[in-house]
Write a protein of this length. Structure first.
Ligand code: NI
Length: 187
């Protein structure tokens, strides 16, 4: 089921999400709904607070895109992260242009380490500890921020924050048009 995506300005995006255990009700269905919601909105990552659940669950998925046919291929890589923790930040600090389904129409360069060590549980509650880098590390850091009430625009310089202030307040006041369904702070 495709769920509405919570917009910037909603309180749930500012809460610290709670860890869950393997008895969390209908977890597999929730995860399936999160993937479906993310892909239908052309996202590469989605954190549970973005679908109005304040729990520590993240889905990440990269699909190969075929420009000729304007279609997406089979899913190449998926990662479900439950109760993820960043144990170590290493490697070079790099800028990458980020966006967020909760903050439509804003894309900004964000500085983050290229490589991190994370620990998380998968959807069967097997524990993993991995060193990751590149796109996976980038998206994981963006999504884990959501679990701590942080939105990527918080990480911009004060100059860039000033530049996007008006756009952010229009999302906050419900003046936004997206191809996917949203739940906004005000309408
Ligand atoms: Ni986001």
């Amino acid at each position: 089921m495709i769920l509405p995506i919570v917009g910037y300005g909603c309180a749930v995006l500012r809460q610290k999400a709670a860890p869950i255990d393997k008895d969390y009700p209908e977890l597999k269905q929730l995860i399936a709904d999160m993937y479906e919601t993310m892909y239908s909105a052309d996202g590469v990552g989605l954190a549970a607070p973005q679908i109005d659940r304040s729990i520590r669950v993240v889905v990440i998925g990269f699909r190969p895109y075929d420009e000729k046919t304007d279609t997406y291929g089979e899913v190449a890589e998926e990662h479900t992260l439950i109760n993820p923790e960043i144990l170590e930040k290493k490697g070079e600090m790099k800028y990458f242009n980020e966006g967020c389904l909760s903050v439509p129409d804003i894309h900004e360069d964000v500085l983050r380490p290229d490589t991190i060590v994370i620990r998380y549980f998968d959807e069967d509650f097997n524990e993993h500890k991995e060193e990751i880098s590149g796109m996976f590390a980038r998206v994981a850091q963006h999504e884990i921020d959501h679990l701590d009430g942080i939105v990527f625009t918080d990480r911009l310089s004060s100059l860039r924050k000033t530049m996007i202030k008006r756009k952010l307040s229009s999302v906050q006041s419900g003046k936004v048009n997206t191809a996917y369904r949203m739940k906004l702070a005000k309408k």
